[in-house]
Design a protein around this ligand. Structure first.
Ligand SMILES: C[S@@+](CC[C@H](N)C(=O)[O-])C[C@H]1O[C@@H](n2cnc3c(N)ncnc32)[C@H](O)[C@@H]1O
Length: 378
């Protein structure tokens, strides 16, 4: 991360000319400013980058998601065309691993049409190279562009990068949280002078009783509504995996990550990944309001274990050198374990499906809840 941030000068200019900037606008500029936005200009993933995601930890993650897609395809009557859509596909690693697992099912593999929704030109190029040779593949700027038809949608660490709104509670009510220029000329947080009119009634019950000083944040429902409407009307299931909380509550989770460490989100805008936790209760409510069925959320660790990640790890380790075996064992712990660095309980998995799909693999404890794909695992 360089210390100079051209976006910071631009944001300061905007604040000087138009006044304090709402947090959501600040976050939007940091991530998607056409020239200096974080997700417009770089590949942030992996050891050399700013953070590592589950597909980059191990091939097992994408493979199991591929098998999960196969179980959905079977459950919806094995349609002759299935759209496999990924929102924010990073380096294309997860899709590549999922497709490798799906090759064991030729009738499904041949029915697939792959759609990657990606705004980042640098990552698009990486995806093209990772997925070279895959037929029936297309890239889109938005899920709206994906043609109709039954679909399986994957969104791993996608919702956390969508901008949030924040409000802060004062004696006078809830005020929009802003980014402004402080007395030292630095970016700092502030609040709009006037409270949001009639805002209290819109708040989740837990939040209404929050003390003065509390922050509440939310994301617009637009993206989850598109997913839920598509599932309800055209069939299939979507899998949303992210870090977040199960109940809508007060709390400030706006954060920045650079070089695998937390950093100040107001320092060097455009140079760090700014994110906020996902409110799973809000996603559930929005999807159910539209008549889609939701499954979970469940902790990622439970989900992956139910899909058979431990068996898969043993199979891979049986063929591996001692050193590689250690890596596989470490990756397994990271994906399913709790505690520091563990993704197993911090990350949650939520599925949104067409209304009549009652059971989806990975969401219930059953003696053997591995996806019934009709094929042996690769
Ligand atoms: C945190 S990364 C996760 C990448 C990948 N899913 C993984 O798990 O490795 C977020 C991804 O979403 C993409 N992205 C960010 N904002 C987006 C938007 N508004 N529309 C589509 N993709 C977006 C990024 O370029 C990146 O591919």
């Amino acid at each position: 991360m360089t210390e100079y941030s051209p976006l910071q000068s631009e944001i300061k200019k905007l604040i000087k000319s138009s006044g304090p900037m709402p947090v959501w606008r600040y976050m939007e500029l940091c991530l998607t400013h056409p020239k200096h936005g974080y997700y417009v200009s770089r590949d942030p993933l992996g050891r050399e980058g700013d953070f590592t995601t589950a597909p980059e930890v191990s091939q097992m993650f994408g493979e199991l998601l591929g098998l999960w897609a196969a179980s959905v395809w079977k459950a919806i009557g094995s349609p002759p065309l299935l759209r496999l859509i990924e929102l924010g596909p990073g380096r294309g690693t997860m899709m590549a691993d999922a497709l490798r697992a799906l090759r064991v099912l030729p009738p499904l593999y041949q029915s697939l049409s792959i759609h990657l929704v990606e705004i980042n030109p640098v990552l698009r190029d990486k995806q093209k190279s990772t997925l070279s040779g895959v037929r029936n593949i297309a890239w889109h700027e938005s899920i709206d562009e994906v043609p109709e038809g039954p679909a399986v949608i994957f969104a791993n660490e996608y919702f956390d990068v969508l901008p949030i709104h924040q409000v802060v509670k004062r004696e006078t009510g809830w005020h929009e949280r802003t980014v402004e220029i402080d007395d030292a000329g630095k970016l700092g947080f502030g609040a709009a002078a006037e409270p949001m009119p009639r805002f209290e009634v819109l708040l989740p019950p837990l939040v209404r009783a929050a003390p003065v000083g509390a922050v509440f944040e939310w994301r617009p429902d637009a993206e989850i509504m598109k997913i839920a409407t598509r599932m309800r009307d055209q069939g299939g299931a979507a899998l949303i995996i992210d870090y977040g909380h199960l109940r809508s509550d007060a709390g400030d989770t706006f954060q920045a990550i650079a070089r695998h460490s937390f950093t100040d989100p107001l320092k060097n805008p455009g140079q760090a990944d700014v994110t906020a936790h996902v409110d799973f209760q809000a996603l559930v409510r929005a999807a159910e309001d539209l008549g889609a069925r939701v499954h979970g959320p469940v902790p990622q660790g439970d989900f992956l274990k139910r899909l058979g990640i431990e068996t898969r790890a043993v199979t891979l380790m049986a063929k591996a050198s001692h050193e590689v075996s250690e890596d596989i064992s470490g990756a397994l712990k990271r994906l399913v374990g709790g505690g520091r660095g563990g993704m197993g309980s911090m990350f949650k998995v939520l599925a949104v499906s067409e209304p009549h799909l009652t059971d989806l693999a990975g969401f219930k404890d059953e003696p053997d809840a591995r996806p019934d794909t009709g094929a042996a695992q690769p």
